[in-house]
Design a protein around this ligand. Structure first.
Ligand code: DX5
Ligand code: ZN
Length: 217
């Protein structure tokens, strides 16, 4: 089963409730929520107050992608604010800080994810495999929506898929950045089973058609 997770970053924030309704009715599986701190990535986005409001509004699965430095400082608050999954970046802290943050997310009853920037080798995820429910392979440089898909990241997806399957691990594999109806089949063929898509969903008037096209239905 492949899950489609539209990224809220591409939504119209003045109409957020209606935007969420449109993807829910359009049969999206998750809502992807991008948090940026202006330090780990050169951009700012949304954070805790918006997540709290979204949580009150919808029971959709909230996939929170933290593009912030030293995420351990904030994972508890994002869990409390209503995240179902909190994904942190392998590059955002030293190994012990990342491990402690992943374990805290799970201790709080949420799913824990680990994201890899394009320049980070696939095996950077290896030391954390016991502590993650999801690995996110970035297929653009994090920080901005609407960028072009980096096809050379598919080797990384394939490597991680092989490693998960060889060991029979219960770990999802997500891709994020430049995913649309053309690039999604390549991601799925490489072994991804969660596809984030921002502009390819929210820039289309018919959200159901956009989600179906990405799913390949
Ligand atoms: C980028 C974010 C993505 C972004 C994807 O840093 O992590 O989730 O919103 O947007 P598109 O699908 O437009 O590349
Ligand atoms: Zn994201």
């Amino acid at each position: 089963m492949v899950r489609i997770a539209p990224s809220i970053l591409a939504a119209d924030f003045a109409r957020l409730g209606a935007e969420i309704d449109s993807i829910r009715e359009g049969k999206a599986d998750w809502l992807h929520f991008d948090v940026m701190d202006g330090l780990f990535v050169p951009n700012l986005s949304i954070g805790l107050p918006v997540l709290e409001s979204v949580r009150r509004y919808t029971d959709m699965f909230l996939d929170v992608h933290l593009m912030i430095r030293e995420p351990g400082r904030y994972v508890e608050r994002f869990c409390e604010a209503g995240a179902d999954l909190v994904c942190i970046h392998a590059e955002a802290d030293a190994e012990e800080g990342i491990r402690a943050a992943l374990r805290e997310i799970r201790r709080l009853g949420k799913k824990a994810g680990l994201a890899l920037k394009p320049g980070t080798a696939w095996d950077a995820a290896l030391p954390f495999i016991e502590d993650v429910d999801l690995i996110l392979v970035m297929t653009v440089e994090p920080g901005f929506g609407g960028q072009s898909f980096m096809g050379d990241m598919l080797d990384k997806v394939r490597a991680i898929r092989g490693w998960i399957d060889e060991r029979g691990l219960d770990c999802m594999l997500e891709v994020d950045g430049g995913v649309d109806a053309d690039t999604a089949p390549r991601c799925i063929a490489a072994g991804a089973n969660v596809l984030v898509a921002g502009s390819a969903v929210f820039n289309k008037p018919d959200r159901a058609a956009a989600v179906a096209a990405i799913r390949g239905a």
